[in-house]
Ligand binder design. Sequence first.
Ligand code: PLP
Length: 365
Amino acid sequence: MSSIDKLLANTIRPEILADASYHVPESSGYIKLDAMENPYPLPIHMRAELGRRLAEAVLNRYPVPSYASLKHKIRARLGVPKGYDVILGNGSDEIISMIATAVTGPGKRATIMAPVPAFVMFARTAMLVGAEFVGVPLRADLTLDLDAMLAAIAKHKPAVVFLAYPNNPTGNLFKEDDVVAIIRALGDTGIAVVDEAYGPFARTSFMHRLPEFENMIVMRTVSKLGLAGIRLGYMAAAPALLEQFEKVRPPYNVNVLTQIAAEFALDNIDVLNDQASKLIAAREQLSSDLARLPGVTVFPSAANFLLVRVPDAAAACTKLIEDKVMVKNVSKMHEMLANCIRVTVSTPEENSAFLDALKASLISH
Ligand SMILES: *Cc1c(COP(=O)(O)O)cnc(C)c1O
């Protein structure tokens, strides 16, 4: 063993040594349909105004960690019920970390649970903080297996259950009553995190139901709405619960440029909501176009992406890459996703380019 290998073996946790870092493929020159980004930039006049606001940023000072005005705008404009506050994160990825960090540690190894296949950061963050992760398989039709979830909750007593609403990578919205049954089953033993990353495309939310459930957190992000670059997520929950996560939050986790850009976006939220509406219409169009292709199955989606089963996902992705279209091959994530790809809904032009390349792959197959 070389000395650097010895150093690593002596210092780094075995599960980190065994793991690979989160892989993001190089995408320049590609039509990028792999990460659920909004394809529409801000209109030019808005960019100019944003530039003026950013020029006023006080870069030599730390951010003011109360983030009072940004939080106020989030509460006022994004439907947070009266009496409820929010905590901001550097993307909802950081919110997931804060939640996981707060529930587990030496002397209390918590279990974190989610239906699977799920957003990869749930299991990954559990691993990073040393919590146990229990994934409860969805049914073959990708709906929530409520009986299995309730049995797993009774057995494992999870401190946290993450429920993405709609779910990633499947795109479907779990039944509201099933989500409620899980929140109720957790009661005072576990926290239910309703992850509404795709809320803008689902047009439904648990936010207004916060007063009903003391043990519910509603987590959201501006990433899928068109601001993936600024990294801003937030969670809303009962004050006593938020108070605990506030202890875990790094004090200056949201930088001043993000704060200004987010407030600007919230002042112009109609522009982003209009883009979301266009994407919802494009989703319905793309979904029906795909459904007409022989051998192709499209799953119902309430998000800005579609899960699509093709005859041979590896061959399809090879052809798509040749044609400079990047999607996500999710076939290996779970056996129920065999030969499935996940494609972001984009502009009509990019959706057509994807459709053409996919059609070509079906012929050559
Ligand atoms: C994309 C995504 C997020 C992460 O969002 P960021 O705010 O960009 O960190 C969270 N949850 C789900 C289900 C997602 O798909």
